[in-house]
Design a protein around this ligand. Structure first.
Ligand SMILES: Cc1cc2nc3c(=O)[nH]c(=O)nc-3n(C[C@H](O)[C@H](O)[C@H](O)COP(=O)(O)OP(=O)(O)OC[C@H]3O[C@@H](n4cnc5c(N)ncnc54)[C@H](O)[C@@H]3O)c2cc1C
Length: 225
């Protein structure tokens, strides 16, 4: 499937939900016939609420070859909370696939940088066989490292960046601090291609650091919020 494939309108049903923490869950959706996507792309839900049409985007965390589709969602406001409690079998409408945050292999070492649920597109990429990247994942505690086993096998180097100092389950190779501090102080000099996903502030700050410390590489980004 080409990432330039025109997005289409689909109906799907909720078939599964697994809570990974008190605020974050995976939701499984029946894969509509003929729905295809590339790792890194997202779908957009549309629904009416009292203020009018509401649209919310979620990155796919499954591989394109998987039988169903899954999303990683953190409850934040109205729509994510709705996804967290909607009943099995509920029909949802979405438009997709969308987005250009797909893997463009260019021969340079690749650095993935995620905050929180910004890990989602990289989960799909790793599950699709993309490997050998450096991954910085910024979370509050080690309990938020939901895909550690996947990335310990697919990444060349996996660096959990934890902001909570007193975490009892602090992995031995974790970095204590933000992903941007790791980029500024710890990532060895070199030419890399960077893929940034998550909070707007992280992407802005990381881009400035990359411009300053790592000239010559490309920067791809996906802002979640
Ligand atoms: C391209 C794209 C892909 C996205 N993919 C995902 C995804 O895979 N998983 C996901 O959970 N969200 C994702 N989002 C965010 C998602 O679309 C919604 O914005 C989010 O779920 C909040 O919607 P809401 O109606 O629940 O709350 P709103 O009332 O719209 O937002 C409440 C507040 O929640 C905060 N917020 C929004 N998203 C997050 C988040 N992910 N984690 C923590 N705080 C947040 C913001 O500060 C926002 O002001 C994506 C956004 C974009 C643009």
């Amino acid at each position: 499937m080409s990432r330039d494939a025109a997005p289409k309108f689909y109906r799907t049903q909720v078939i599964d939900r697994q809570w990974l923490s008190p605020a974050t869950f995976e939701i499984g959706l029946r894969r509509p016939a003929e729905f295809g996507f590339e790792p890194g792309q997202f779908i957009r839900f549309r629904c009416d609420d009292i203020s009018g049409m509401m649209e919310r985007e979620y990155s796919l965390i499954t591989a394109p070859s998987d039988p169903d589709i899954r999303l990683l969602v953190r409850t934040a406001g109205a729509y994510s909370s709705f996804l967290g409690k909607t009943e099995m079998g509920t029909t949802l409408e979405f438009i997709g696939p969308q987005g250009y945050f797909t893997y463009q292999s260019a021969g340079k070492p690749v650095v993935f940088v995620a905050t929180g649920t910004g890990i989602a597109p990289f989960v799909s990429m790793a599950r699709s066989g993309i490997a050998g990247f450096i991954l910085l994942h910024g979370v509050q505690t080690a309990a938020d490292l939901y895909y550690e086993a996947l990335f310990r096998t697919s990444a060349l180097r996996y660096v959990p960046c934890l902001s909570t100092a007193t975490d009892a389950a602090f992995p031995g190779d974790a970095f204590h601090g933000r992903v941007t501090v790791f980029l500024a102080d710890r990532l060895p000099p070199g030419e890399y291609d960077f893929y940034l996903c998550g909070r707007r502030e992280m992407i802005r700050e990381a881009t400035l650091i990359i411009d300053d410390r790592f000239p010559g590489g490309r920067v791809y980004s996906e802002t979640f919020y």
